[in-house]
Ligand binder design. Structure first.
Ligand code: AMP
Ligand code: ZN
Length: 479
């Protein structure tokens, strides 16, 4: 079995092969921390988390970098409009720095609630201004830049393959160029590498540079930070589909122009979440963040599952009805695991291991097929249906149940729903075992150690519970 991933660059599902051994360098475009992340953004982050977990399940060693955009992302992707950080600052009468700090913390809290694994490195754009300046200097030296009144721009006409990721029709774009293009920009696709602070005002976030005081363009931060932490060519870069035509296209242009090397081997993109069939927007009143969901009595893992059971390359329509059904399914899964914990039978069913093997294989086939979770989850429910039947007929032993629990934990390492916490909940000792322990104590008091040992073995074989006599008294645990 080999992991296959859909590469936006080639528009093909490809067998994934990292550059070096089984090491994977993964870069994810992170949040712009001027406001709370919404449930659309969270779809992208949960999907990226699932990708990382699938890679790890396939025994790849992943280095995951997710940037924090805390400067330079303007309200328009065309290098015009206000810096989103300053928009946030005005809205809340705080400094842009305070806004960045507050929403970065809120973002981290939200992703933790959704069981998204923390990236290994989460670099901030404002901590990497020098790296961005150095990259622009290289581009300038190689003749890829020009300066106009509002900043230093990248000349996209110098590249033969500009727009290859999005398959942009550059000539068509020129013909249809919009009038609001910054004055002096040579081509509509050219983009800012460094923007100058307005002459008549101080920005809250600005730095000196060889070209004048200002701040970096949005795209340059991702090139500078990804290459700093992952190398000039790395394995996987991800983001939402909205990033294909501008942000990722420009990251490729400037990185490859600077290094002369291929920037990224696999580009993966997650399609958007819409709500009730429409684009999410504050004016439509269909704009939700995680707190809006938990305030309505859903757990973050219900939302996580809702995202998981979808094809990431298709739009996903969020409805509360859909979330209700996700909630029911997740609670059903937890009930299944709880039920397994309570099984006490001692007659092993030889069919169980074959069932497990079949399910494990089908699950893997699903996730390795470009993260086809709907397929993988369908195989899980087939398995659970069969297991439930056996449980109802008392045809599963404690030992069988333990192996199924082990399997569910393994599956949950990918799903990230948290079965493991359930397994580790304090479990009560069955009453029958308590009676046996009492009997064993009496035997020991009478010096009948043979009977005491027999009882200990019986407890172990029938209930999978290990009894130990310690100086602090009797201790027990599930084997
Ligand atoms: P931003 O903070 O706007 O840069 O977006 C953060 C991430 O969320 C990016 O990967 C975007 O492509 C992604 N994104 C934005 N809106 C949506 C949406 N409605 N559905 C899914 N992903 C989205
Ligand atoms: Zn980015």
């Amino acid at each position: 079995m080999a992991l296959k991933l859909f590469n936006t660059l080639t528009r093909k599902k490809e067998t994934f092969k990292p550059l070096k051994d089984r090491q994977v360098k993964l870069y994810t475009c992170g949040p712009t921390v001027y406001d709370y992340a919404h449930i659309g953004n969270m779809r992208a982050y949960v999907w990226e988390d699932l990708l990382r977990r699938v890679l790890e399940f396939n025994k790849f060693k992943v280095t995951h970098v997710m940037n924090i955009t805390d400067v330079g992302h303007l309200t328009s992707d065309q290098d015009t409009g206000e810096d989103k950080m300053e928009v946030g600052a005005k809205r809340e009468h705080k400094s842009a720095w305070e806004i960045a700090e507050f929403y970065t913390k809120e973002f981290i809290k939200d992703i933790e609630k959704l069981h998204i694994l923390k990236p290994h490195i989460a670099p901030k754009a404002t901590d990497h201004i020098q790296e961005q300046i150095e990259l622009i200097k290289i581009l300038e030296k190689k003749g890829h830049t020009y300066i106009i009144s509002d900043g230093v721009y990248f000349d996209t006409s110098k590249l033969k393959d500009y727009g290859k990721l999005a398959r942009l029709n550059v000539e068509g774009l020129k013909a249809g160029a919009r009038v609001e293009m910054a004055e002096g920009k040579r081509n509509p696709t050219d983009f800012a590498l460094w923007k100058f602070s307005p002459k008549d005002q101080h920005r809250q976030m600005e730095w000196g540079s060889p070209w004048g005081t200002g701040f970096p363009g949005w795209h340059i931060e991702c090139s500078a930070m990804s290459m700093k932490y992952l190398g000039t060519t790395f394995d996987i870069h991800t983001g939402g589909v909205d990033h294909i035509p501008v942000h990722h296209t420009n990251e490729i242009a400037q990185s490859e122009a600077a290094t002369g090397k291929k920037f990224v081997n696999y580009w993966l993109h997650c399609n958007h979440l819409i709500v009730d069939g429409e684009k999410m927007s504050k004016s439509l009143g269909n704009f939700y963040r995680l707190k809006d969901i938990t305030d309505r009595n859903y757990k973050p893992i219900h939302l996580r599952y809702f995202y998981t059971n979808s094809n990431y390359r298709s739009q996903l329509n969020f409805t509360f009805k859909g979330l209700d059904s996700a909630k029911k399914t997740v609670e059903g899964l937890f009930d299944f695991v709880r039920k397994l914990k309570d099984i006490q039978g001692n007659k092993d069913n030889p069919k169980v291991s074959a069932l497990i093997k079949k399910f494990r294989k089908q699950f893997l086939v699903g996730i390795d097929d470009d993260l086809n979770f709907p397929k993988a989850l369908a195989s899980m429910f087939d398995f659970i249906r069969t297991a439930n039947k056996l449980i109802a007929q008392n045809k599963i032993s404690r030992k069988n149940a333990e192996t199924i629990i082990k399997l569910m934990i393994e599956v949950d390492n990918i799903l990230g729903l948290g079965f493991i916490d359930l397994i580790e909940e304090k479990r009560e000792m069955p009453k029958e075992v308590l009676d046996l322990i009492r009997k064993r104590e009496s035997a020991r008091k009478l010096g009948d150690f043979a009977t005491a040992d027999d009882i200990r073995n019986e407890i172990r074989d029938r209930f999978n519970i290990v009894i130990e006599d310690t100086k602090d008294g009797l201790k027990w645990r599930f084997a």
